[in-house]
Ligand binder design. Structure first.
Ligand SMILES: [Zn+2]
Length: 503
């Protein structure tokens, strides 16, 4: 067995160490006891500080079950975000894209390159270039460091409450984490912070201009950006009660629409054809975000009068709705037809495999998904669906193997590390299961729980020498980092060009 090495581990470890160090500075959360952060007007967060704050907000959202964990949807939004952000010249900025389980129209950039898109926003876009336009605008806020500037421009009192909130989250983490009440406080406060981040008009103009460049260079129609602004403007004007959240943080004026239209017209691009995945993801989200108590089949019954006229994406959505309504056997022939018509679309394979499994035909599901892994090697969604079927049909050993192979090349999300731990556990490899739970805690930013899991792994009788060496090495890496948290260090201010200022 190969030793997994998550490429993100080192970065996360450094990041977590820095955050633990910060606890020493503000752990009592008493305003008098807070470090001197200097004159706010000249204060600028470093990239590392930003990453810390962003990661903690995302953790708060995750603890509140606000992040939509669906392999197909997550892969789509990640791929689209990375396609656009790879156009940014500065390679030092990390990006992380995720989908938020929220039907309101919003997208936001958090400190540290974390960009969230609400399911409600994606459903309101009419084509991929509109969605890409919103993402490109948010990516530009990150590359132009508008968030750090906005935080720097806040009053000292709001910075004090930010620091106190960070302390509360970190103390919660140090005390063992997983405290639901604490997570609730953290999420509420992180939303308060997000709302405090208000961009200036010139920030907005700059993000539009820079974002349009990302959009055009990635092969999208730059007109998608002003088109979605028009949609937002229309929605904002239709009802006082229903103003999209996005409009509060990104006011859209006629001037702004006119300016982006003019700029888009100057960009000479021949847009690439739209990806099939956009339309499929839209239908998938529509079904996944059906409110509890409502029948997901109703929308398709009303929309698709007769199937021959329906788009493949609508037929896919209808199949998913059947599955969600507890009729997987009826969904199987729907996905079979889609797959025969276009076997190059991986979503048809994974949906068919899932429907077959839910309908009780594990053997067919195995066959479908095994074939899919051959057509789409090391694809995250395909591998996860195959692993799920393997686990449910009793071959957890194989599930464990394919997940290890995948995550040797692709960094997992915390949920995916947890699934790997479950596969290891079901395969009878208890020590490896503890090991993957420790990776899960590292990815979620909780080093103390990670240590605890590694100690449990080492206590398992009869572990192999290879395992022992691997667990001890990881434990060493974390423990070397941990004692530093006792050190008291003020939150340092920086003047923005990377040099630290002494206060
Ligand atoms: Zn903006």
């Amino acid at each position: 067995m190969k030793i997994p090495s998550f490429s993100t581990f080192k970065a996360l470890l450094c990041a977590t160490v820095a955050s633990l160090v910060m606890v020493g500075g503000v752990s009592h959360a008493d305003p008098e006891d807070l470090p001197d952060i200097g004159n706010p007007a000249s204060t600028m967060l470093t990239l590392e500080d930003e990453y810390q704050i962003g990661r903690m907000i995302v953790r708060g959202l995750r603890d509140q079950d606000q992040i939509l964990e669906d392999p197909e949807v997550t892969e789509y939004i990640r791929a689209l975000g990375l396609k656009l952000s790879s156009q940014a010249h500065d390679g030092s900025q990390r990006f992380n894209f995720f989908m938020v389980r929220d039907n309101t129209i919003n997208a936001f950039a958090l400190p540290g390159g974390f960009i969230g898109v609400n399911s409600g926003l994606l459903l309101k876009t009419e084509d991929e270039s509109e969605l890409a336009g919103v993402l490109a605008h948010e990516i530009a806020h990150v590359t132009q460091r508008h968030i750090a500037r906005s935080i720097a421009a806040q009053s000292r009192s709001s910075l004090v409450s930010t620091a106190a909130m960070l302390a509360a989250i970190l103390v919660g983490a140090a005390a063992g984490g997983g405290d639901a009440a604490m997570a609730g406080v953290a999420a509420a406060q992180s939303l308060a912070i997000q709302q405090q981040i208000s961009f200036t008009r010139s920030n907005e103009t700059e993000a539009d201009r820079v974002g349009l460049g990302f959009l055009a260079r990635s092969g999208f129609d730059p007109n998608g950006m002003p088109r979605f602004f028009e949609t937002m403007s229309r929605l904002g004007g239709s009802s006082e009660l229903n103003i999209p959240e996005m409009l509060r943080t990104h006011p859209v004026s006629h001037t702004r629409i006119a300016e982006t239209k003019e700029r888009a017209a100057q960009l000479d691009v021949a847009p690439a054809p739209e990806s099939v995945s956009y339309a499929l993801t839209r239908e998938r989200l529509r079904v996944l975000s059906t409110p509890a108590g409502e029948d997901p089949r109703a929308y398709y019954a009303a929309t698709i009068n007769n199937e021959p006229d329906a788009t493949p994406a609508q037929v896919y959505g209808q199949g998913l709705a059947l599955m969600m309504a507890g009729q997987p056997a009826k969904a199987v022939p729907v996905f079979e037809r889609l797959r025969s018509a276009d076997p190059t679309i991986l979503q048809y394979h994974t949906a068919l495999g899932q429907a077959q499994l839910q309908a009780g035909d594990g053997k067919a599901s195995l066959q479908t998904l095994k074939r899919a892994t051959e057509l789409f090697p090391r694809n995250v969604a395909v591998t996860i669906r195959y692993a799920e079927t393997l686990m449910q049909t009793g071959d957890s050993k194989k599930a464990h193997e394919i997940l290890l192979d995948l995550f040797n090349t692709v960094p997992p999300t915390p949920e995916q590390a947890k699934l790997t731990a479950q596969a290891a556990n079901a395969a009878g490899d208890v020590a490896d299961s503890y090991y993957y739970m420790s990776e899960y805690h590292i990815l979620s930013g909780d080093l103390l729980l990670a240590v605890n899991q590694l100690q449990l792994a080492l206590a398992v009788p009869k572990i192999s020498e290879v395992q022992r060496a691997r667990f001890e090495a990881r434990l060493d890496e974390i423990q070397q980092a941990l004692p530093k948290r006792a050190a008291r260090r003020p939150i340092e201010a920086s003047n923005g060009d990377g040099r630290r200022r002494a206060n």
